[in-house]
Design a protein around this ligand. Sequence first.
Ligand code: SOE
Length: 386
Amino acid sequence: MKQTLNIGLVGYGFMGRTHSNAFRQAPRFFDVPYEPVLKAVCARNADRVTSFASNWGYESIETDWRALVDRKDIDLIDIASPNDTHADIASAAARGGKMVMCEKPLGRNAGEAEKMVTAVESARVPNSVWYNYRRVPAVTLLKHLIDEGRLGRIFHYRAQFLQDWTISKDLPQGGEGLWRLDAAVAGSGVTGDLLAHCIDTALWLNGSIADVTATTETFIKERKHTLTGRVEPVGIDDASAFLGRFQNGSLALFEATRYARGHKALYTLEINGEHASAHWDLHDLHRLQWFDHRDEGQLRGWRSVHITDGDHPYMKHWWVPGLQIGYEHTFIHQFAEFLQAAAQGKALAPTFRDALATDYVTDAVLKSAKSGRWESVAMAQQAGAA
Ligand code: SOE
């Protein structure tokens, strides 16, 4: 009989669902050292949290996260609630000796994130932040190829995350589902929400970013606030772009927007090295595009590798070669590995400290967009430490 690990989830939105699915599926497909138990889910709306609990099989509900964190029968607090709640919940959970997993971005800014790092590290509790795209098999394979030195010296890293769901000026800000448009709750707009994903993957694949020069734009300046009913200024960035320098000497070119009509979640990244280049696209997530200049000249060209074989990262746990997996599996992979790390009392990358490195970059991006100058990234040496 495996030891049980009792989970208390905070938040029942989109992320609450991706995490709950991971809690259910991880022990079915991976050899994990614990049997996860969906012990309790917490959210303010009692009716909705009750129906969420019954759909996913949570044993109980809470409507106040403090009550959840105080419960003696909870081992892991998983935070899938809006960004303004992350710091308080994570710090209280760590103080109570509980393991903590947290949705991205870690804090609304690096100051908040620093306190969260201190909380989990001084309590020595296993922790991880759900930057899930690291665990797309094609992206993990790219990490292995880079670490093997196959690309040679790196010259360029570019990434984009494009969406279009906030173009309508009639979309309100604030409240359930729309808190990402409310700066007080989210901290920032696309910089913390989408660019942060690109940055986390980049720090992992290509190391620390030293400095950045950025610009942001808020296209719709006022929106009705769902909670106050009044038309209020919009404080988030709708689009964010930066040019930067990695510490390994390569150049960074990054863009995120919610105003790219026609694109729903187009996360792409490309890395160009001396010998080889690689390109990945979330809409085709099971493929890695690969070009190797050392291939025989006449047949040299971009290869589109279908990352579904048993020797590709994670794939032996799934179906038979050639059959694809998707977005939700990235969360399953992260949770399975979290359980393996937790059994040894360790944090899992991206740890809170790794996610703080991303917050340092997003803070520098927002600072540069205001100052109009190049800004250095605080403690950049910690980025990519995972
Ligand atoms: C925003 O629309 C969002 O849901 C992000 O918050 C997620 O982190 C991203 O993976 C998909 O888009």
